[in-house]
Ligand binder design. Structure first.
Ligand code: GDP
Length: 284
């Protein structure tokens, strides 16, 4: 017969095995990052620095994207950022709470970043990809029409909170007036707003509402181009240049560098994580 202490330990075996499996999953993902660094240069650039890849499609003397590439971190920093986004017992990454009103939002002790975009732009897919090294995090999606949309808060260790804002679409006015607008206007710890634009569709009328709001509140915001795997390089370049022109000529608060991403090829995801880690002071 097993001693009581051992019995207690045995009783916890399934729990421990599950924790170990989770740890192995995370470990193998970070191992995958090291393995990724051994990819041929061209392939690695495509994944880690998508703008550089796009630039390669421009004629040398007309590379307007070049001068706008302001955030160009080292592989070392990208790797550091991966550890910020990797869940471990000492770096807990977890769903915190949901809120329908700003006064239900959690405290403002940590820096915060938020993600906004119209429904179907790829917001939940992107947030899931950002949390791929935190397999226990469940990105909740409520897409049923008429279903209450909420702001979902996630805690990333001691570093920052990430907020998934309700997608805007046909119910835009109510959602924005009730939730998004007060949040953007009043949230003191909000360091950066990430505005998602579908790279296939370009900037739509509804996107413009969000852009105008960011501009009106003088928020620092960043435009992310989603679903970049869906187009040919030529079409993507055309779209990127058009959106870049818009950012340069029509906005004040938008960061002058676009962030193209794809959750299918994983292109741009590491760079985005590194940017988030950088602006929240998590790389120090
Ligand atoms: P949300 O409504 O903004 O949260 O959008 P979802 O994340 O649910 O994505 C909407 C649709 O776009 C889904 O069918 C996704 O599979 C698809 N999608 C999202 N991101 C990508 C991407 O990077 N590439 C491709 N090809 N499809 C994507």
């Amino acid at each position: 017969m097993a001693a009581p202490g051992l019995r207690h330990g045995l009783g916890r075996l399934p729990e421990m095995a599950a924790a170990l499996r989770r740890w192995n999953r995370v470990y193998s993902t970070s191992q995958a990052f090291s393995e990724m660094l051994r990819l041929p240069q061209k392939q690695l650039t495509r994944i880690l620095y998508p703008l550089r890849e796009l630039e390669a499609h421009l004629v040398a003397d007309m590379s307007p994207l070049l001068q706008w590439r302001l955030f160009d971190p080292s592989l070392e920093d990208i790797k550091k950022a991966e550890s910020v986004f990797t869940a471990t017992p000492r770096n807990r990454i977890e769903y915190l709470s949901s809120a329908v009103r700003l006064d239900h939002a959690p405290g403002q002790q940590q820096p915060e970043v938020c993600f906004i975009g119209r429904s179907n732009v790829g917001k939940s897919s992107l947030i899931k990809a950002l949390f791929s090294l935190a397999p226990d995090v469940e990105v909740r999606v409520s897409k049923k029409p008429g279903h209450t949309k909420k702001m979902n808060f996630f805690k990333v260790g001691k570093y920052f909170t990430l907020v998934d804002m309700p997608g805007y679409g046909y119910r835009t006015p109510e959602d924005f007036v009730d939730m998004v607008e007060p949040y953007l206007k009043e949230r003191k710890n909000l360091k950066r707003t990430f505005l998602l634009v579908d790279s296939v569709v370009g900037i739509t009328k509804t996107d413009n509402i969000a852009i105008e709001m960011c501009e009106e509140f003088a928020l620092p915001y960043v435009m992310i181009l989603t679903k970049t795997d869906k187009s040919s390089k030529g079409y993507l370049l055309k779209q990127a240049l058009q959106i870049q022109k818009f950012v340069n000529t029509k906005t004040q608060g938008c960061f002058p560098q676009l962030f193209p991403v794809s959750v299918v090829t994983y292109s741009g995801i590491h760079l985005l994580k590194c940017f988030i880690a950088d602006i929240t002071g998590s790389l120090k």
